[in-house]
Ligand binder design. Structure first.
Ligand SMILES: [Zn+2]
Length: 462
């Protein structure tokens, strides 16, 4: 099935797709406020009605909270089956007085000469982003009478309020929702002209440690020199965690960490981010992590050990010559690739225990533990999506990693055994969750065509 007429149709129907988005943004589907529960249901029903016009077998599915929308459409024999995820709920609009126009009365405005944007709550997060995919499906269907892949859609109504119903829903409907891979749309571009695929999210392990020495606080004149000082022990433990080159010294810490492929590192280099541009705005200039790696590699593809808090002894005004009975620190690790949170926690505890004198002790309190998400660099879906995006935008799509977490990606892996392709067209100045949310018209237009191209690309056999 040729792609060109599908793209032409999306060009020709831009105004119609805008009108549909406007209708959708007008529905006040604020999930966190019970006063808008009916609006959330209305947003789910609106989607189902629209999807039925495209030929999807779509339904509103009740949960203990706001409903899910699930829709299925068959594809040609042998074509892959993709699950597309988005959310129809939005954030509250307060403080309303900071909006320059009604958040639920969307409009196209000129942000700066030559740059048009769609305004309104949800115009970007996530109604705008999810409608791109719906519009791409509509154009395929209108031109060819069918879709290039089998497609399942899952639209959630509680993403902005913690997704309480999502995990039970995925578990209960795993067989129905399972596909070859997932596409998750609430991510962004690198900049206005450069499309991006998010391929990694760092994991996290947190530990609070308390070093205990004497059975009470001591006078440092009376006992100093003879009695162990827990602050000194703790400081030594923490200082030992990094070597002079910024590497973490905990044995086994780098197990499961992979080297980033050279061509990926090169593409990051081409983004022009330097230590100066990255650290300058926060008043710094020297990267503190592993030597010989760029700042983007450090934050996107390398693990860290960070100290988030430290306490012990006398910290009030004035001075007190005390040897504290205990001292504690909060330590966290950002994980990448296949690092195992349980193993990292155990290795850290052993590392600490080995440095505690025999007459002292240490207590550990765990805080959270989640593995990193990493799409394989050689995933055929990734390569195809990358090429499709590059074709649409006229420049190479970059593979980036995400600072914030997208729990759905981990849930798809855990409950459905699926990798996710994270592609979105948001921009860092979209003001999602804030007053005056907007979505670039260019994102809306070229985003639809990007999805049409991605569907075409992934449906082709290698
Ligand atoms: Zn959001």
């Amino acid at each position: 099935m040729p792609l060109a007429p599908v793209l032409d149709r999306l060009d020709a129907d831009l105004d119609k797709s805008l009108a549909r988005l406007f209708d959708y943004v007008r529905i006040r589907s604020i999930s966190t406020d019970p006063a808008y529960a009916d609006d959330c249901r209305k947003a789910a029903e609106w989607l189902v009605a629209d999807l039925k016009t495209i030929g999807f077998d779509a339904s509103v599915r009740d949960t203990p909270g706001h409903p899910m929308v699930v829709a299925h459409h068959a594809g040609p024999a042998g074509a892959p089956h993709v699950l597309f995820y988005g959310h129809y709920d939005v954030q509250p609009v307060d403080p309303l007085e900071l909006w320059t126009s009604d958040p639920f009365d969307p409009a196209v405005k000129e942000l700066e000469p030559g740059r048009k944007v769609i305004t309104g709550r949800g115009s970007s997060d996530d109604k705008g982003q999810l409608m791109l995919f719906v519009e791409a499906c509509r154009a395929w269907k209108e031109i060819h009478g069918s879709l290039p892949c089998a497609i399942t859609l899952l639209f959630e109504g509680e993403e902005e309020s913690g997704s309480p119903s999502l995990k039970p829903f995925l578990e209960a409907n795993a067989a129905e929702l399972k596909a070859d891979f997932a596409m998750v749309c609430d991510t962004g571009m690198w900049d206005q002209d450069t499309p991006a695929i998010s391929i990694a999210l760092r994991g996290l392990v947190g530990e609070e440690i308390t070093v205990k020495a004497a059975n009470r606080d001591l006078h440092s004149g009376e006992f100093g020199g003879a009695a162990a000082n827990p602050i000194r022990i703790l400081a030594k433990v923490l200082a030992d965690i990094h070597d002079a080159d910024g590497r973490v010294t905990i044995p086994g810490f780098y197990d499961g960490v992979e080297e980033t492929p050279t061509q990926v590192l090169k593409s990051w280099e081409s983004l022009g981010e330097t230590a100066e541009s990255f650290l300058g705005p926060i008043g710094l200039s020297i990267p503190s992590g592993e030597k010989g790696r760029s700042v983007l590699e450090l934050v996107w593809a390398r693990p860290t050990a960070e100290f988030n808090g430290i306490s012990g002894g006398y910290t009030g005004k004035g001075f007190k010559t005390v040897i504290a009975a205990e001292a504690s620190a909060k330590v966290s690790f950002r994980l990448v690739h296949k690092q195992d949170p349980a193993k990292i926690r155990a290795a850290f505890r052993a590392f600490v225990e080995a440095r505690i004198p025999a007459d002292c002790s240490v207590e550990f309190h765990p805080h959270g533990g989640s593995p990193a998400i990493q799409l394989s660099y050689d995933s055929p879906f990734l390569t195809k999506a990358k090429d499709a995006l590059s074709d649409e935008w006229g420049k190479p799509a970059v593979m980036i990693a995400m600072g914030g977490s997208i729990p759905i990606v981990g849930d798809f892996q855990k409950y459905l055994g699926m990798e996710s392709l994270m592609v979105g067209f948001g921009l860092s100045d979209d003001r999602i969750h804030s007053p005056n949310e907007k979505y670039d018209l260019k994102s809306f237009h070229k985003g639809q065509k990007s999805w049409a191209r991605i569907l075409d690309a992934v449906s082709r056999r290698a």
